[in-house]
Design a protein. Sequence first.
Length: 298
Amino acid sequence: MTDTFRSGFATFVGRPNVGKSTLTNALVGEKIAITSEKPQTTRRAIRGILNRPGGQLVIVDTPGIHKPRTLLGERLNDLVEQVLGDVDVIGFCVPATEKVGPGDRRIAASLDGYARAKKVAIVTKTDIADHKQITERLIEVDALREDWAAVIPLSALTREQLDVLTDEMLSMMPKGPALYPEGITTDESQEDRIAEMIREAALEGVRDELPHSIAVVIDDVAPRENSDLTDVHAQIVVERDSQKAIIIGHKGKRLAAVGKRARVGIEELLGTRVFLALHVKVAKEWQRDPKQLGRLGF
């Protein structure tokens, strides 16, 4: 470790679904945060670790900032505020395909409250935008604040300009030793990662009001005796009986499809074949109940 080595924390902010989790995964080089077209997919502060010869970036993926309608929503916003107060660099994300709106302006202005962090403006999803859109977004974003340390257009999917963003953020980090041992890509527990994979699979194709109501609890992960199988038992928690019926589907077909989708990622994570047993449980209005939120880890 040289005296020029840099390490620190960065996070990305923006409206829900601007590509923060996809960008985090692309930078780390591994899927550590689930992605979905549904808003509020991310519910925890998930740390991804990016190692370079000259430094280490710890990227904290957070929920999108939004107007909360439930106690869960309030707690997610509180989590974002806590993370923003602790990081060295804040990357403000706006998709190239959407004009800067009131929500973007509100979030950009709120960064005044985090004076110690350097700010970088990031125009995401350039792979699906034309040159005119990208130029317009860069101009709009640049005008939001006077203290951007950099303004960078990029695509997480094609990896265009990712190295530019990495180099810029690393240069802004304080000098110091690595914060995590080399080879570690996240500090997420195995059970948490499995729960998120199941939730990601359950989110696919559900109605707009349902994604917020889905939570996942892992009951057990254990290797089966005298077998190369790992048994995983989990509960998918929803708020109403009607939602339970949607998740299970006609003759259990939808739940079986959720299990099939989730099993692929879980087997890759564990390195074994997996028997995945899913059960659907109703916890009435859990998003608004402090006790239920506590039991579900919020």
